[in-house]
Structure formats: structure tokens, C-alpha cells
Design a protein around this ligand. Structure first.
Ligand code: GLN
Length: 493
């Protein structure tokens, strides 16, 4: 960035603009996420949609999945058509429209429309704002960039404290007022982005590889064909009476699994990927799978854990019952408390802590968090006793420590292992791990009803612990594939 005298914690002012925009975007996202399932399953007498719990969990899983899934096309649109700067602006506006739609208390139609708009808008905003952070530091040393990403992750988590506002309004006053507050938050983010735009001049103004006229024609043709096929499928489903929420969640879950498989296959076969890059990509596939499993467990916070807070936890503080959605603030609070420590720890451990090791630790910790959930469920005596809030604090503490081993590390390793030809789309590939994990997680959560809470959390938790231990066995091989410990050639950021 250009020296302007004053700085933002030693960083260019452009980072402040991106920090606050993403903070408000996450405010709207995590605000809604904290009350969505409670709204979906609340009976109509409590102004909810009265949805079956299994369906609601799958819908929530697929919604979160799609929010991250569209990062891939969203990155592509910025790189080929809009440029990152405009993509973030358009995306933020569409997200705000989505929350406004949710705020209209006129039935399920406006809810589905709202969720769809939020998904589309986030695809344009989330991957591209992260890429813009990296672009502020082109040609600078990686320590400053890492520091910028840590600060940025902090902004994300300050925004994620939204349930204090959105959760209170939504649960204690009116669901749609809560959704409206999320819209106001995104609106503030947009105003701030426009006003602070002067600090971002030259950052993502132009698409990296603008489509040639022939490519544009071909793109429009393919795009139209895909839209036509989707419309045809939906019409057939309506005609045969098979268009149910459950059917849609299953179809999108299949999509969230198939697309990463196809995309990795495509990268492996691409002539633009060198033999060296292919080796790194092989390492990345394992990290990708680990990340998908991690997010599958972690993002159950919004569904099963949130319902547990609502039904089985004693929420009384100083004689006042706090809204259950406030438990969704525990994770961001802990992230804010611990991120400085982790930044220090990684510097301290340096080479000794490899990426594979960190991902393995993350899986073990998230797995243990579900073992604790299983114990907490046991302590409810079949749902007859409300347990202490400290159970959830312990669960979220384990998960947060895991998150800090995996999430920021994942962002940076993604940019490091990206084949040069796919550099601009690699952020989207990273978010595909969350997409696959969340969609599968939403379906898996249906088992909770059949198995009972104690077994459900125990099985998932042990699965994740075992996966983490298996990853430990391959730490050395991963290191070799990734070329870690040797000097790394940074291809992009
Ligand atoms: N909590 C982070 C965010 O919202 C990480 C999300 C993810 O990568 N799955 O940006």
C-alpha cells in the first residue's frame, strides 16, 4: 500500500476498509446463522416455520455449504468479468437484499429467496475480499502478510459476535427483527466500503484475466444451458411432486461432494500444472479431506449444538435467562482471546510444527469436543435435566483451539500449494472443503434422532480423533510432498 502517514495497526488503510467490510458481512452471516435453525423448528404459534428437526438441520447444513460452495464461481467471476473490487460491492448489496427478504414476515417463500440471495452475494464477496487482503502486500515479506491475515481473522470474529444483537432481537422480540438487524449490519459494511474505497485504488480494479469476446460468448452459452437444465429439473420435480426441502438438500449435498472431486481431477490432468505442482497438489488433497471433516464437526455448532443449548442447557445468568443463540458467541470470543497466542506459537515453533501436524491436532481436538458433547448429553439424563453452560464452554474451547490450528493455516497453505495456473481460484477450492463438510454434516445430523445424542456425538467424535491420529502417521510423507522444511517458492499471494 502507499504510505499515507497514518496507518492501521502498522498496516495500510486499505486493510482497515477490508477489515470492517468483512466484519459487517460476518456480522450479518453469523447473526442469522445463530437463530436460523431455532426459527425453522419453532412452531407457527411461536412465529416459526414449524419444520421437522431433521429437515431443518439438513437445510441449515446445505445453506452453509452453498455459502462456501459459491466461492469458486465467485472467484471466477471476479477474475474474468468484474474485478475483485466491484465483485465485493455487488456481493455485499445482494447479501443485504437477502437479509431484507428474510426480514419480511410473509412465510417460507421470502425465507428461501433470502437464503438464496445471501448465498449468491457471499460467493461474490467472501473469496474476493480475502484475495484483496493478499493483494495489498504484493512483493512484501510473508511475515507482514501473515500479520495482516491474523488481523483480518480478528475482524471476522469481532463481526461473529453478532448473536449478542441479532440473537437477542430475534429470539426475545421477533425473528424478523433479528433478520432485519443483520441487513442493517451489512448495510453499514457497504457504506463503509464505499467511503473507504479511496484506500483501495488499484486493488482488484480490473479482472486478472478478462474474458475475450469469444470466451464470453462461449461462457454465456454454457451458462444459459446450465440454467435451462436446472429449470427443467425443477419443473419436472414440481410436476412429479418430488420438489421437497429434503430432496433439494440431498441433491445439493451430492453437488458439494462431486464438484471438488471433479475439480481436483481437472487440476491433476491439466497441462498447465507442472510435475512439481502435481506433487504438492497430492499433499493438498489430504489436507482438504482433513479440513472437510473438521468443518463437518465444527459447523454442527449452528444446528445440533444450538438446539442443545436451547433445550438442555441452563442459560440462567444472574437470574436472567440469556437467549440460547448467545452460546454461538463463545467461539468468536475464544478466537479473539487466543489468536495472538497462536500467532506467537507458530513463530516460536517455526519449522517444528508442520502443516500436517497442525491439521491432525485440529481433528483430534474437534473430535474430543464431541466426546465432551456426548458426556454432556449423558448428563441431561435423557433430556430431563438442564446441564451447566460450562459443558458448552468446554466444547467450544476445544473446537476453537482446533480452529486456530487449521483455519488460518489452511488459508496460507492454500496459497502456497496452488498451481500457478489455478492461483486465482484456489481460495474457492479451500472453501469447497467447508462446503463438502457442512453439506455432509447436515445429512449426518439426521442420525442424531435415530441414535440418540450420547451415541451420535460419541461416534462422530471418535471418528474425528481416529482420523487425526491417522494423519499424524503421514506427517513425514506430507512434509516431503509439500517440500516443507526446505525453502518454499511462493508462487502467489
Ligand atoms: N470462521 C471463519 C469465517 O467465517 C472460517 C470459515 C471457514 O473457512 N469455514 O470466515
Amino acid at each position: 500500500g502507499a504510505p499515507e502517514g497514518r496507518t492501521f495497526f502498522g498496516h495500510p488503510w486499505g486493510l482497515a476498509t477490508l477489515f470492517f467490510t468483512e466484519m459487517w458481512e460476518r456480522f450479518s452471516f453469523y447473526g442469522l446463522r445463530a437463530i436460523l435453525i431455532l426459527f425453522l423448528i419453532a412452531p407457527p404459534s411461536e412465529s416459526g416455520l414449524g419444520m421437522a428437526e431433521g429437515t431443518a438441520k439438513a437445510l441449515l447444513g446445505v445453506y452453509m455449504s452453498m455459502v462456501y460452495f459459491v466461492a469458486l464461481p465467485g472467484g471466477w467471476v471476479a477474475d474474468r468479468i468484474l474485478g475483485a473490487r466491484k465483485a465485493v460491492l455487488v456481493g455485499g448489496f445482494v447479501i443485504m437484499l437477502g437479509h431484507i427478504s428474510m426480514a419480511i414476515p410473509a412465510g417460507a417463500g421470502f425465507v428461501y429467496l433470502g437464503l438464496a440471495l445471501i448465498i449468491l452475494g457471499t460467493g461474490l464477496l467472501k473469496p474476493n475480499i480475502s484475495t484483496m487482503v493478499g493483494k495489498l502486500y504484493v512483493g512484501e515479506d510473508s511475515a507482514r502478510r501473515d500479520s495482516a491475515f491474523s488481523l483480518f481473522y480478528m475482524g471476522i470474529n469481532i463481526g461473529s459476535l453478532a448473536p449478542f444483537v441479532v440473537g437477542y432481537l430475534g429470539q426475545n422480540i421477533n425473528w424478523h427483527l433479528g433478520f432485519g438487524a443483520a441487513a442493517v449490519g451489512m448495510g453499514l459494511g457497504l457504506v463503509q466500503y464505499v467511503l473507504g474505497g479511496k484506500h483501495l485504488r488499484g486493488v482488484g480494479d480490473e479482472p486478472g484475466h478478462r474474458l475475450t469476446p469469444e470466451e464470453r460468448t462461449r461462457f454465456l452459452r454454457i451458462f444459459t444451458a446450465v440454467v435451462a437444465v436446472v429449470i427443467a429439473i425443477v419443473l419436472i420435480a414440481i410436476a412429479t411432486d418430488t420438489l421437497t426441502v429434503d430432496a433439494v438438500t440431498v441433491a445439493l449435498t451430492v453437488l458439494a461432494i462431486v464438484v471438488p472431486v471433479v475439480y481436483f481431477g481437472y487440476m491433476f490432468r491439466s497441462h498447465e500444472v507442472s510435475a512439481d505442482e502435481r506433487v504438492k497438489l497430492r499433499a493438498y488433497v489430504w489436507l482438504f479431506l482433513a479440513a472437510a471433516l473438521f468443518w463437518m464437526i465444527f459447523d454442527q455448532a449452528a444446528g445440533p449444538l444450538n438446539i442443545f443449548a436451547n433445550d438442555n442447557t441452563n442459560l440462567s445468568v444472574f437470574g436472567w435467562d440469556m437467549p440460547a443463540s448467545w452460546t454461538q458467541n463463545i467461539n468468536p470470543i475464544l478466537v479473539i482471546c487466543f489468536s495472538a497466542f497462536f500467532a506467537w506459537l507458530w513463530l516460536r515453533l517455526g519449522d517444528r510444527a508442520s502443516t500436517g501436524m497442525k491439521f491432525g491436532v485440529a481433528l483430534v481436538l474437534s473430535g474430543l469436543s464431541f466426546v465432551v458433547m456426548s458426556l454432556a448429553s449423558h448428563a441431561t439424563h435423557g433430556g430431563t435435566v438442564k446441564v451447566s453452560l460450562l459443558w458448552l464452554v468446554a466444547v467450544y474451547l476445544l473446537q476453537t483451539l482446533g480452529e486456530l490450528c487449521l483455519s488460518p493455516v489452511g488459508l496460507s497453505v492454500t496459497t502456497r500449494l496452488a498451481p500457478a495456473a489455478f492461483a486465482s481460484q484456489m481460495m474457492g477450492v479451500w472453501f469447497l472443503a467447508t462446503a463438502a463438510g457442512d453439506a455432509v454434516g447436515g445429512q449426518v445430523a439426521r442420525l442424531q434422532h435415530a441414535w440418540g445424542d450420547v451415541t451420535y456425538f460419541l461416534v462422530l467424535g471418535l471418528f474425528s480423533v481416529v482420523a487425526g491420529v491417522v494423519l499424524f502417521l503421514f506427517v513425514k510423507s506430507l512434509r516431503r510432498l509439500m517440500g516443507e522444511g526446505r525453502e518454499l517458492i511462493v508462487t502467489r499471494h
